[in-house]
Design a protein around this ligand. Structure first.
Ligand code: MTE
Length: 368
């Protein structure tokens, strides 16, 4: 496991890591402005529900201006009965609510060493919201997909050059037919009780619970049932990686992960005062079964308390009660395991595009 720089610094009598940034508690932490890419501040990662203005944003192109009154969504391709849905028709249907967290596949990319290209996300390209809208499945059934259908292709209204010299293209992603037909794959128009905001896909976006965020296409424009696997920049050139076993594939489910949200790295804690060491954990493969926490850099571990079970596809809050007994430096680490037997690795798995970074991450505090 990588020790935090603060512990290394201790041996040369440097008490605090000057590279640690402390973003404001009430604003997104910008990574890029055009298109907007911004992280959730650490302080907001302490609450189960991420306030919408602090929900991370990952846009590949400029945000399109869309008028909900004239917006419509078409479902065509390998179907017997193409469908067109207007906004007013969609919102008149029975509303379904799905709590779901979302993580960008590049979250924690900046922790990789050697560095990789791409947005240098630290810990905040992850958030949790309660989404509301209508399941996609009945629309696909109404359209009558062919027996040869293998995938469903989603296109956003946003477009631009994915890379210089590549020509303009829309944001497009496909899903395997059975994932598109999952009852919780949703056409969403509300986020945590409010109308979807422009940055998060107004008027309608897709939500694919348990998958990395790239699958949840914003500003939906069209849906096409296809009989061959889709090939496209954001499908087969990005959001792909070769895993540790050497298998190359497209990203899908979020890998098992946890982080410590309190105390923050670099905090000073008084001796004898109880602290609730807390954080979040999640896995796309299944519910979190256990989070082990260590306050001595991994020498000894204890089982964290799960703060109620995670609702829907949201993240799991956890905590341990700790009373620091003597002054000095402590390295806190958390390690999650899910119900299907996946265990968060101690080290990050380096890959050239910097995806699925889930190694245990130390948080160093000083007891005074
Ligand atoms: N959909 C469209 N149309 N355009 C995009 O750039 N970004 C994707 C996904 N859907 C994107 C998109 C990525 S990579 C992520 S991580 C999530 O949206 C982020 O959603 P958010 O900005 O609402 O957090």
């Amino acid at each position: 496991m990588t020790l935090c720089t603060c512990i290394k610094a201790e041996s040369v009598k440097v008490a605090e890591d000057p590279t640690v940034t402390r973003p404001g508690s009430h604003e997104l932490v910008p990574i890029d402005t055009r298109p907007l890419v911004a992280e959730t501040p650490l302080s907001a990662l302490r609450s189960w529900l991420t306030p919408t203005p602090l929900f991370y944003v990952r846009n590949h192109f400029d945000v399109p201006e869309i008028d909900a009154d004239t917006w419509s969504l078409t479902i065509d391709g390998a179907v017997s009965n193409p469908v067109e849905i207007s906004f007013s028709e969609l919102v008149r249907l029975p509303k379904k609510t799905v709590p779901a967290m979302m993580e960008c596949a590049g979250n924690n990319r900046s922790d990789l060493d050697p560095k990789v290209p791409g947005n240098p996300f630290r810990d905040g390209a992850v958030s949790n919201a309660v989404w509301a809208g209508a399941p996609l499945k009945p629309f696909l059934q109404q359209a009558g997909f062919s027996s040869g259908a293998v995938e469903v292709l989603f296109e956003g209204t946003d477009r631009g050059e994915p890379e210089p010299g590549r020509g303009e293209a829309p944001y497009q992603r496909s899903l395997p037919l059975q994932i598109a037909l999952h009852p919780d794959t949703m056409l969403v128009y509300e986020m945590s009780g409010e109308t979807l905001t422009p940055d998060h896909g107004f008027p309608v976006r897709l939500i694919v619970p348990r998958w990395y965020g790239m699958a949840s296409v914003k500003w939906l424009k069209s849906i096409r049932v296809i009989e061959r696997p889709f090939v496209g920049f954001f499908q087969t050139e990005r959001y792909v990686m070769t895993d540790e076993s050497g298998t190359e594939g497209q990203l899908s489910l979020m890998v098992v992960k946890s982080f410590v949200s309190w105390p923050e790295h670099g905090t000073s804690l008084p001796v004898g005062q109880p602290v609730a060491v807390s954080g979040m954990a999640w896995s796309g493969a299944g519910p979190i079964r256990r989070v082990d926490v260590s306050i001595d850099g991994g020498a000894t571990w204890q089982d964290a308390h799960m703060d109620e079970s995670a609702i829907g596809y949201s993240w799991q809050e956890w905590h341990i009660d700790w009373t620091p007994e003597e002054p000095g430096h402590c390295t806190i680490v958390a390690r999650a395991a899910d119900d299907t037997g996946n265990l968060q690795p101690l080290e990050n798995y380096w890959n050239p595009l910097g995806y699925c970074i889930n190694g245990v991450k130390p948080v160093c505090v000083t007891v005074v």
